[in-house]
Design a protein around this ligand. Structure first.
Ligand code: AMP
Length: 307
């Protein structure tokens, strides 16, 4: 089984109440690839980098079964750069800088070798580019999952709505769901957004878990209460990678299996926040992941006698 992932490969500068890093590797596609590669390989990556992206990081991805033929390297330009500062609650952050750099003239090309892949993860990226990738697929993937953020809602809403018509699952956080739908109630917001195209909607609520909507159904996955959260950057992308990686591995895209996939995504995201950048994701073992998934099962497992 294989999976295509499209998104940014970046440098991030991050400030949290627990520390600060000036330049660390990040990007939506980087986190998705690290997470999804725990379940499925190869990961067919589509992205763009400048001449500054470290060779060691490329090698680390290749060692995880990430194919980089679809990653364009621009010799005389810098990689995408993002900088953010988290508030004390760690659930909200301010974007300080978004330097598109190479991303400004990115024209993603789906290599021939990637064609026919049944799972497509559209990581956070300009909606126009997400759409271009969908349109290049000769056979429509079995499942198209899309992530996005308020940044694109602010500057490219019409394009974003075009992509929404073509995807199966959309992932956004609660404030983005409210912004996109114009509704405060997340139940109403879900209805409005599913009318825009996606049959499934995942609303992420940071440390308060995630909701999966489909038709009249709703499923809630908690987030694991953690003692220490150092850096939430990439948690959403890691969640997405775990979600689609699990679906690709099990080859089952039913609502019931999506419930499991959400727990897997939540478990992987709970590791991501333990260290700055993708470092924690690089060292994860299968035993650690399985153990954490079991902790999620215990977290919501109870019996009750109705009296
Ligand atoms: P997350 O915390 O899951 O929302 O993802 C954070 C990652 O997304 C960082 O590593 C950034 O490099 C990347 N990122 C931030 N802003 C954007 C954007 N506008 N488009 C694509 N990727 C972005």
């Amino acid at each position: 089984m294989s999976l295509i992932t499209v998104g940014t490969m970046a440098f991030d500068a991050i400030e949290t109440p627990f520390g600060k890093v000036d330049k660390i590797v990040g990007g939506s596609a980087t986190y998705v690839a690290y997470a999804a590669s725990n379940y499925v390989q190869p990961i067919y990556q589509i992205s763009i980098i400048g001449n500054d992206f470290p060779a060691a990081e490329i090698d680390a991805l290749k060692n995880r079964g990430v194919e980089l033929e679809g990653v364009e390297v621009v010799p005389d330009k810098k990689s995408f750069f993002w900088s953010g500062k988290y508030h004390l609650d760690m659930n909200t952050r301010d974007t300080l800088v978004t330097d598109l750099n190479v991303l400004a003239d990115f024209n993603p090309i789906v290599p021939e070798q990637y064609q026919g892949s049944p799972f497509l993860m559209l990581g956070n990226l300009m909606p126009k580019l997400q759409l271009s990738v969908i349109n290049q697929m000769k056979t429509r993937p079995k499942l198209i999952v899309m992530d996005t953020m308020n940044f694109w809602m602010d500057i490219a809403l019409d394009d974003l709505k075009e992509v929404l018509k073509k995807v199966d699952v959309l992932m956004v956080n609660d404030s983005e769901a409210r912004q996109l739908s114009g509704e405060f109630s997340l139940v109403k917001a879900a209805r409005v957004i599913m009318n825009m195209g996606p049959k499934y909607l995942i609303i992420k609520k940071g440390e308060h878990g995630a909701l999966l909507f489909h038709e009249q159904h709703v499923f809630f996955a908690p987030a694991l209460p953690l003692e220490e959260v150092f850096d939430p950057t990439g948690a959403g992308d890691t969640f997405a990678g775990g979600f689609i990686g699990y679906l690709a591995k099990t080859e089952d895209i039913s609502f019931d299996n999506m419930k499991r996939a959400i727990i897997v995504g939540s478990a992987l995201a709970s590791f991501c926040v333990e260290k700055f950048g993708p470092d924690r994701m690089k060292e994860l073992t299968k035993a650690e992941i399985d153990d954490r998934i079991n902790q999620f099962v215990q977290l919501v497992n109870f019996d009750i006698d109705l009296v």
